[in-house]
Design a protein. Structure first.
Length: 190
């Protein structure tokens, strides 16, 4: 059973997955690879001079997999139900139970609506600074929480915020993800 199930594999979902997997939580990402990033070109993302959105996605998926997350790009989520033991995540071919769910589905707010999350006056999912919705242990990120303010670096920050809140809950204290050069693993794919 994964600790964290992430629905959506754009910048928000992959950022959340990177943090949770890197810090020891079993993490699974469900992504249909329909992200708007395939239409983008990044040259305003800190640390990146110029890269196509598709290349960015491939590199980020590799980074997330290197840190231990499972990434499925061909098994769409068909529904999620909140239960006593977490969330039951149904896909086209399987089912999973996770303690936490991070929604990173771009402007598609249908799963949040199905789970009866609170929405704000602009029709976006209502979240706090930690990205947690009105449903405990359910997080919403990126375009689904911002009316017409969709940008890759903002979405990545939302995913990181959700992940750090999950990690803080798991540790029972504020968690900070701060690496030093001595922490850097040597990975063949980098």
């Amino acid at each position: 059973m994964p600790d964290v199930a992430i629905v959506g594999g754009g910048p928000a979902g992959l950022s959340a997955a990177l943090f949770t997997a890197k810090n020891g939580l079993e993490t699974v990402v469900f992504d249909t690879d329909e992200t708007w990033m395939h239409k983008a070109h990044l040259f305003n993302y800190p640390g990146i001079r110029s890269i196509s959105g598709s290349e960015f996605m491939a590199l980020t998926r590799g980074q997330v997999r290197d840190r231990g997350a499972e990434v499925y790009t061909d098994d769409a989520v068909t529904g999620i139900e909140a239960g006593a033991d977490g969330f039951d995540v149904e896909t086209e071919s399987d089912s999973h139970t996770a303690e936490y769910v991070v929604l990173a589905t771009g402007g598609d707010r249908s799963i949040a609506d199905d789970l009866e999350c609170a929405f704000d006056d602009e029709g976006t999912v209502d979240v706090g600074l930690d990205m947690e919705t009105s449903v405990e242990n359910l997080y919403a990120t990126g375009a689904m929480v911002r009316a017409e303010k969709w940008q890759a670096i903002i979405a990545a920050g939302d995913g990181a915020s959700a992940a750090l809140h999950i990690l803080s809950k798991e540790r029972g204290e504020h968690f900070h993800d701060f690496d030093t050069p001595a922490d850097v693993p040597t990975l063949e794919s980098e």
